[in-house]
Design a protein around this ligand. Structure first.
Ligand code: COA
Length: 169
């Protein structure tokens, strides 16, 4: 039988994928605690976010299994000053029903290749302390843990520690 990992395809996200992206993100915002957002994104917020992701510089990728979008990853701006143009930050979300099947590994590996081709030197990841799945995923893909920003973020009014990781390309 074909290995499941081979059934996962990754492609550039299209505007029509915004609904699927929002479904996956909002599920995490509302029912888990991996993001600093606590309010579901509206369709308008999702469309604006997607439109700010120029495929030349800040692409978004989706993973599909059997034609269904099951996860996404994005290259996001890090800082606006010109001197930061070779650093970006990634985000990655996988539908709860399709986790632990290699979807994120495939998406982030693809994202790193695309980032390298676009001339990025460093990809950052900021992960809420305690999100072991994300920390392990990133470390397995060569990200190094740099430091922890103690009480660096807020979630529902409560301070949370943030783990900063970097992947040098
Ligand atoms: C983190 C996340 C993206 C991983 O997606 P995934 O498709 O399940 O990851 P993969 O199947 O590619 O797993 C790769 C490796 O990551 C680690 N990992 C993934 N899920 C894990 C878990 N629940 N616990 C511990 N390690 C985990 C493992 O080392 C795994 O390799 P293995 O399965 O061979 O042991 C997914 O759990 C998710 O969407 N979480 C919610 C959103 C989130 O936290 N995003 C990151 C915000 S910074």
């Amino acid at each position: 039988m074909e290995r499941e990992e081979n059934q996962i395809t990754v492609r550039d996200a299209k505007f029509r994928d915004v609904n699927a992206i929002l479904r996956i993100l909002n599920d995490d915002i509302l029912f888990a605690d991996h993001t600093l957002d606590t309010r579901a994104w509206t369709k308008t917020q999702g469309m604006m976010w997607f439109m700010r992701h120029d495929p030349e510089t800040y692409p978004v990728f989706v993973a599909e299994i059997g034609g269904e979008v099951v996860g996404y990853a994005a290259i996001n701006p890090y800082r606006s000053a010109l001197g930061f143009e070779r650093i970006a930050e990634n985000s990655i979300y996988v539908d709860t029903r399709f986790r632990r099947r290699g979807v994120a590994t495939k998406l982030v590996s693809h994202l790193l290749n695309e980032a390298r081709q676009r001339g990025y030197r460093i990809i950052m990841a900021t992960v809420i302390q305690g999100n072991q799945a994300s920390i392990r995923l990133h470390e397995r893909l060569g990200y190094e843990r740099m430091s922890t920003l103690i009480r660096g973020g807020q979630r529902g009014g409560e301070p949370v520690d943030l783990v900063l990781l970097k992947r040098v390309l």
